[in-house]
Ligand binder design. Structure first.
Ligand SMILES: Cc1cc2nc3c(=O)[nH]c(=O)nc-3n(C[C@H](O)[C@H](O)[C@H](O)COP(=O)(O)O)c2cc1C
Length: 349
């Protein structure tokens, strides 16, 4: 155990030392190197199993409610490494039925002063079959969800989601239907209630695992009510709120794509709270957007999230962030007299 603690401290130091070097690289190149390093087994380990953090999400037992958001490990290369880093669950993907290259580079931009990222990757991935083969060969010790999408050139998007949902069911603990990427033209149109109902009927018919639906933060109250109604009627396991935003709150960058990180925290938490109200808290919600501290994760729980996910926080704070969030979240729950995660969910809605 002493060795593990030492490794965790060492990991934080390594990131502090590496950050200036990583930030001199193109963001996508830095990410590819990070994945390659994690694939070789490099990476810190954190103990995030404080019993107060153990919780259940749509029937899935989690050691803690802090998950890795989709997009970090698109091709399911490092779910085990990310669980060892301390995440309570990991979502890989987005994978599409067929491999595709995504948009022209450069397509990921660091906004250092804003602690934010803009990306317009466009579902670059090696296809669902390759991801499934990797997951089958390396069963990770923990909950791994697979996020699925449609190919850009698909002529039948619903058929794409159904094919991907079928393909992942032997390796996925849950499936996320991603209808909120801003980087595949027209994809967000699937959030319209009529289209969403048809999509979900088809996917739920095909899927044998819990199905989550991941939504955009750029929704008006009528759209939120429509999605909530379809989700409640359709039998989905929960909603993931939210993906990146097309809005540019206080951001100078003119790059096209989805914005994530600190500026997304407020808007995505407002939308999360709106979904908690619209669903009457009858549906588990996963809160995502701009989480970079235990206090941020705690605010998402209080706004209605049963669990949270993050990605961009890792870019700016490194892998040690996961353990810090878990430790601080446990302390905040105890400070406020909660016996567990579930007791804090939605107290601020
Ligand atoms: C570079 C990048 C790639 C992403 N790719 C995906 C993706 O493939 N599928 C998806 O559902 N979300 C994707 N996301 C969105 C994240 O999962 C998350 O919803 C969003 O970034 C907000 O959380 P954050 O502020 O903690 O990053 C991506 C985000 C980033 C920054």
């Amino acid at each position: 155990m002493v060795g593990r603690d030492a490794a965790a401290v060492h990991g934080a130091d390594v990131f502090a030392a590496l950050r200036p070097l990583l930030f001199r690289l193109d963001p996508e190149r830095a990410h590819d190197l990070t994945i390659a390093a994690l694939e070789t087994g490099f990476g810190p380990r954190a103990r995030t199993g404080d019993p107060i953090l153990a919780t259940t999400l749509a029937g899935l037992a989690l050691p803690n409610p802090v998950g890795l958001a989709a997009g970090f490990d698109k091709d399911a290369r490092v779910p085990g490494a990310m669980l060892r880093m301390g995440f309570g669950f990991v979502e890989v993907g987005t994978v599409t039925p067929r491999a595709q290259a995504g948009n022209p580079k450069p397509r990921v931009f660091r906004l250092v002063a804003d602690a934010a990222v803009i990306n317009r990757l466009g579902f670059n991935n090696g296809g669902v079959a390759a991801a499934v083969a990797r997951l089958a060969a390396n069963r990770a010790a923990g909950i791994v969800g697979v996020n699925i999408g449609a190919n850009k050139d698909s002529t039948d998007r619903i058929a794409d989601y159904v094919a991907a949902a079928r393909a992942v069911q032997t390796v996925a603990d849950y499936v996320t239907v991603n209808i909120s990427s801003p980087n595949t033209p027209g994809l967000r149109g699937l959030q319209d209630p009529g289209e969403l109902a048809a999509l979900l009927a088809a996917v739920l018919d095909a899927a044998t695992r819990p199905v989550f639906v991941k939504v955009a933060p750029d929704l008006d109250p009528a759209a939120i009510d429509g999605i909530a109604r379809v989700a409640l009627d359709g039998g989905v396991a929960g909603l993931i709120v939210s993906n990146t935003t097309l809005a540019r709150p206080g951001i100078a960058s003119a790059e096209a794509g989805g914005l994530s990180g600190a500026p997304l925290f407020g808007p995505s938490t407002d939308i999360l709270r709106a979904f908690a109200r619209a669903t009457g808290r009858a549906l588990p919600l996963i809160g995502v957007g701009g989480i970079a501290s235990g206090a941020d994760a705690y605010a998402k729980l209080r706004a209605g999230a049963s669990a949270v996910q993050l990605y961009t926080g890792l870019v700016f704070h490194g892998p040690g962030l996961v353990g810090r969030i878990a430790t601080d979240l446990a302390a905040l729950l105890r400070r406020d007299g909660f016996a567990g995660v579930a007791d804090a969910v939605g107290v601020d809605t």
